[in-house]
Ligand binder design. Structure first.
Ligand code: SF4
Length: 359
């Protein structure tokens, strides 16, 4: 993957930071320039035929301008799983057809890694100190894939030992890659969960460009389990085309073949959802994607989803298949309404705190 990046740009003042030096050293063949005029860089990108694709080839090493850590925004009226997001990078070198970043980062699609990591750790420490009795579940995979750039940044080698020392926080690294090499010899103390988004091989081949195959993801999961990490799986987004049952039942079986139930921290389920504006971008960039032709309905949070009469039976079947292999494994729905939770599980967590309790 690293050789798909063809240019490094450094924000002035960040040249001497240790993460900058590490990344530049690992991509020693690439041209490096200092960022002079951000606007002209973006203008240059906009002239490309596919600015979003072109942005994935430029790696900008910069300072983070705002708050690194924020509560996962969830979605209005839908149950939230109480996640805190750590934004240490934005943009992703992979190129999934349904990726929401195509919309969020439309005006600035360059890969960015924030290299002022000292501030990231200081901010996390002060956050954890405020609620010593709480449990923070922190993810780095909201605006990027947690491990896609890890062979270059090796940031996991800072993050995992940092979390190993925490008493009230858990890190989840969520990925569609098999880039776990940096994790295998780290002292994690059970404070890092390595999570994989999974889909049937056919869906991966059609919709998840640049991502590892399911078989490779599961091999990587097995390696991480072998050195004691807890593993998470996210059936998210589920793409419910014709014949989905056989394919997804096969994936459920495959994940339990790779990792025994006691090694699984949690499994989430989430049907494909997207803001309406994303469809136009998908149509333009991936006209052959089956998602473009799919039928979706607007939901109260403004996102398009499969009809509830399709989602609910699909989730129920998934829960049944998962329970047949791992009756005790925590399963939750991602960004679904109270009604859907009730219909799938016949009960609903009484509040966010209780849902957090399943972790
Ligand atoms: S792996 Fe995630 S962040 Fe990367 S392109 Fe796919 S959906 Fe987007």
């Amino acid at each position: 993957m690293e050789n798909l990046i063809d240019r490094i740009i450094i924000e002035a003042g960040a040249e001497e930071l240790s993460l900058t030096k590490r990344i530049v050293g690992r991509l020693a063949d690439l041209p490096v320039e200092i960022l002079k005029d951000p606007e002209s860089l973006l203008r240059e990108l906009r002239r490309e035929e596919d600015p979003l694709g072109a942005g994935k080839k430029i790696l900008l090493l910069s300072f983070f301008p705002g708050e690194f850590v924020k509560k996962c925004p969830g979605t209005q009226g839908f149950i939230c799983c109480n996640y805190t997001v750590l934004n240490a990078a934005t943009g992703c070198p992979l190129d999934c057809t349904y990726c929401i970043l195509q919309l969020y980062l439309q005006n600035n699609p360059i890969l960015r890694v924030f290299v002022n990591t000292g501030e990231i750790f200081a901010r996390l420490e002060s956050l954890f100190a405020v609620h010593p009795g709480g449990t923070f579940r922190i993810g780095t995979g909201e605006l990027t894939d947690s491990l896609a750039l890890d062979p270059v940044t090796r940031f996991s080698r800072d993050l995992v030992p940092f979390f190993a020392k925490q008493k009230n926080a858990l890190l989840e690294l969520k990925t569609k890659t098999d880039r776990v090499e940096n994790l295998l010899d780290l002292p994690h103390q059970g404070r890092t969960v390595v999570g994989w988004s999974v889909n049937p091989e056919r869906v991966i081949a059609a919709e998840e460009r640049g991502a590892a195959s399911l078989a490779d993801r599961l091999r990587a999961a097995k390696r991480c389990r072998g050195v004691g990490y807890k593993i998470a799986f996210h059936f998210d987004p589920m793409i419910l085309g014709e014949g989905w049952e056989g394919e997804y039942a096969g994936v459920v079986e495959a994940i339990f073949e790779a990792v025994p139930p006691e090694g699984i921290a949690w499994i989430s389920l989430g049907g494909l959802r997207f803001p309406p504006a994303l469809k136009e971008i998908m149509r333009e960039r991936f006209p052959a994607s089956s998602i473009v032709a799919g039928e979706f309905v607007p939901c109260p949070d403004g996102k398009m989803r499969y009809l509830r009469s399709i989602r609910v039976p699909a989730y129920r079947k998934m829960v049944e298949w998962i329970r047949s292999f791992g009756p005790e494994v925590p399963v939750y729905l991602c960004m679904e309404s109270r009604e859907v939770w009730e219909r799938v599980f016949r009960k609903v967590p009484s509040g966010i705190e209780n849902l957090a309790g399943i972790f």
